[in-house]
Write a protein that binds this ligand. Structure first.
Ligand code: ASN
Ligand code: ZN
Ligand code: CA
Length: 344
């Protein structure tokens, strides 16, 4: 059979109708993108992996989605292909963000694509990146607390765990674990902004598309004021490393928001933020693009597996020095934003 690349489209759950690069094999289209390292999306058929630590005795399938006319999904969860459209779109935007903004081709930077599995397990309320399969896995959610976990910021968050693994390798506990989680929140959020999708516009909320009324909050996490989730830290203290990594991340998420947008009230894309600061410090924002440049360089050049919050301050200052110069407005803003979250 002949194999060729084709351009189709899909009706997603969260991002409207999106373009998709697919593979025509004989007379059947596959949800597989040769322009992005053969990244594909498969159906896990509601099965789960059986793994103990990183050794897997069996794995849920990843049967590639196929379609007859290259128009994928219906935009509703009644159709198994719709979540697949979101997942494939999420890998596209994440691939494009890293390639076009940071010059990084693929999660590992080697041009290699990853793959996605959707419909993992039953009512599964999570999504995760796995370095071993170099793949993404998405649950459908239980419908009460979470819907299908295939939103753009979740895709960007999870795949950024793969980037962290192949660069700084931040250990997933203590302060380095918080920095690992924050790296995924910051870069996942920048993927969402990069995609510029009117159905899922950029914001500083994590998971706003996937939470349902039973969750009891508008999002999983809030970068402008992390304590809004009831558990995350707004400021560094000597005990922050004892928190779960999804809560110790708050300090760096807060830093990132302040560095991009500055302190004080602000409404962006219809969402209101009011970021507090330690001891009432003020920060003048330098914008999202420079935040991304500084964080990515800090992650890939200066951070190591054991970097803590004090080390993150130094790493981002070094990155800002390289990119914009010692004593530049950007360098000074990095210092001010860390001081504003009590990292001195
Ligand atoms: N969704 C979770 C996260 O990325 C799963 C995990 O890998 N810890 O933080
Ligand atoms: Zn994470
Ligand atoms: Ca978001």
């Amino acid at each position: 059979d002949s194999i060729e690349t084709a351009t189709g489209d899909g009706k997603s759950l969260y991002g409207g109708t999106v373009p998709l690069e697919t593979t025509l094999s004989g007379s059947t289209y596959q949800l597989k993108d040769a322009t992005r390292g053969n990244t594909y999306t498969g159906d896990a058929a509601n099965k789960t992996d059986l793994c103990i630590l990183s050794i897997c005795f069996s794995r849920a399938p990843s049967t590639v989605f196929t379609d007859a006319d290259n128009h994928w999904g219906t935009g509703t969860a009644s159709d198994r292909a719709s979540a697949a459209v979101d997942a494939q779109y999420g890998t596209n935007e994440t691939w494009d963000y890293y390639k076009n903004v940071h010059g990084r081709t693929g999660i590992a930077g080697d041009g290699k694509g990853s793959y996605n599995r959707v419909h993992y397990g039953n009512n599964y309320n999570n999504a995760f990146w796995d370095d071993n399969c170099f793949c993404m896995t998405y649950g459908d959610g239980d419908g009460t607390t979470f819907g299908p976990l295939v939103a753009l910021d979740v895709a960007g968050h999870e795949m950024s765990h793969g980037v962290t693994s192949s660069t700084a390798g931040l250990t997933y506990s203590g302060e380095s674990g918080g920095l690992n989680e924050a790296t995924s929140d910051v870069l996942g959020t920048l993927v969402e902004w990069y995609a510029n999708n009117p159905s899922d516009p950029g914001d500083y909320l994590i998971g706003e598309k996937i939470v349902r009324s039973g969750f009891g909050a508008a999002a999983l996490r809030f970068m402008d004021k992390p304590s809004k989730d009831g558990s995350s830290a707004d400021y560094w203290s000597s005990s922050v490393g004892n928190l779960d990594v999804h809560y110790s991340s708050g300090v760096a998420n807060h830093f990132a928001y302040l560095l991009a947008e500055g302190s004080g009230p602000k409404t962006i894309n219809g969402v209101s933020y009011d970021s507090p600061t330690h001891n009432g410090a003020t920060v003048t924002g330098i914008g999202r693009d420079k935040l991304g440049k500084i964080w990515y360089r800090a992650l890939t050049v200066y951070m190591t597996s054991s970097t803590n919050y004090a080390g993150a301050r130094t790493a981002t200052l070094n990155a800002a020095k390289d990119l914009y110069g010692n004593g530049s407005a950007e360098y000074n803003a990095v210092a001010a934003a860390w001081t504003a979250v009590n990292v001195n």
